[in-house]
Design a protein around this ligand. Structure first.
Ligand code: PAF
Length: 299
């Protein structure tokens, strides 16, 4: 595996791989690699002849008072992990080479969805994310880029950006990887105290409750939201930020669940803020199925 800090070198290496006939699979990360990242690289390895991974803790996606300075950084360990996962190139740019003029004046506007949910709790976050992802995708060039479903809002915004700005990259979503007790893997989990770690599966419990209600036929999104909030509220050290039930295509908040929907939750455990989400089980009601088949018969 080649390790480079140079953007030009990274661009050239990906470009050479393409010229030699490989599909370039790119996994952008902020490091502190865990098995969730491992799944992203494994998916890229399966599908692409050349796998590139980047590690860059992007300052402009952290708000004032957020955990930019305490975000886990462990390059030596990460570099060994990236090599063992079979990456071909590891790109670790320095901040001054990514942003030679400091904060960029031209940035990617994430649109209205960028202001909601994570965007409401973390103003400017998605502008920072999309701006750095656009830069990284431009450097990696044509190919596939792999993102985890844990950051579901980030994933949908990256998809929208790639589509709206005609970036020649296929975005591939990779399912959440969980600990045995349901906690979604996250680089931030290492910062949980023992007590916080014990409480953190409350997030997945809340999502499981929403999924069970949906499976049992509950269609009132407020009932799901209330039950999710109740589960988080039952955990004395968890501080709920939000629960949400959104349409999985439009990401609008739902009143009634009438199609594929996503449940999302964010909460703070001490100084660590965690997020998680699941796609809710969905089956159209028998009446809707009957209507569709008679519609089809009429055609
Ligand atoms: O998900 C992350 O790790 C980051 O938001 C990303 C996509 C690497 C951009 O900094």
């Amino acid at each position: 595996m080649e390790l480079t800090t140079s953007a030009d070198r990274f661009r050239a290496t990906c470009s050479t791989a393409r010229q030699e006939g490989s599909i370039v699979g790119f996994v952008p990360t902020m490091g502190a690699l865990h098995q969730g990242h491992g799944r992203l690289v494994a998916a890229a390895r399966r599908e692409c002849g050349f796998v590139a991974l980047s590690i860059f803790v992007n300052p402009f996606q952290f708000g004032a008072g957020e955990d930019f300075s305490s975000y886990p950084r462990r390059l030596e360990q990460d570099s060994a992990v990236a090599a063992s996962l079979g990456c071909d190139v590891l790109f670790v740019p320095e901040e001054r080479s990514m942003y030679p003029q400091g904060r960029p004046t031209v940035t990617v506007d994430p649109g209205p969805l960028g202001e909601r949910l994570e965007g409401r709790s973390r103003p400017g976050h998605f502008r920072g994310v999309l701006t750095v992802v656009a830069k990284l995708l431009n450097l990696a060039g044509h190919g596939r880029a792999y993102f985890g479903e844990k950051d579901a809002q980030q994933l949908v915004l990256v998809r929208r950006m790639v589509e709206d700005l005609d970036i020649p990259v296929e975005v591939v979503a990779v399912p959440v990887v969980r600990e045995i007790d349901g906690l979604a893997l996250s680089s931030r989990n290492v910062r949980l105290s023992m007590q916080e770690r014990e409480a953190a599966p409350a997030l997945f419990d809340a999502l499981t409750i929403a999924a069970q209600l949906a499976r049992a036929g509950e269609r009132d999104a407020n009932v799901l939201r209330a039950q999710m909030a109740r589960r988080i509220g039952a955990e004395p050290i968890a501080k709920l930020d939000y629960v949400a039930i959104v349409d999985d295509a439009t990401w609008e908040d739902l009143v009634t669940i009438e199609g594929p929907a996503r449940a999302l939750v964010a909460a703070r455990f001490g100084s660590t803020r965690l997020i998680d989400n699941v796609l809710l089980p969905w089956e159209p009601s028998p009446a809707a199925v009957q209507n569709t088949s008679s519609d089809e018969e009429r055609r």
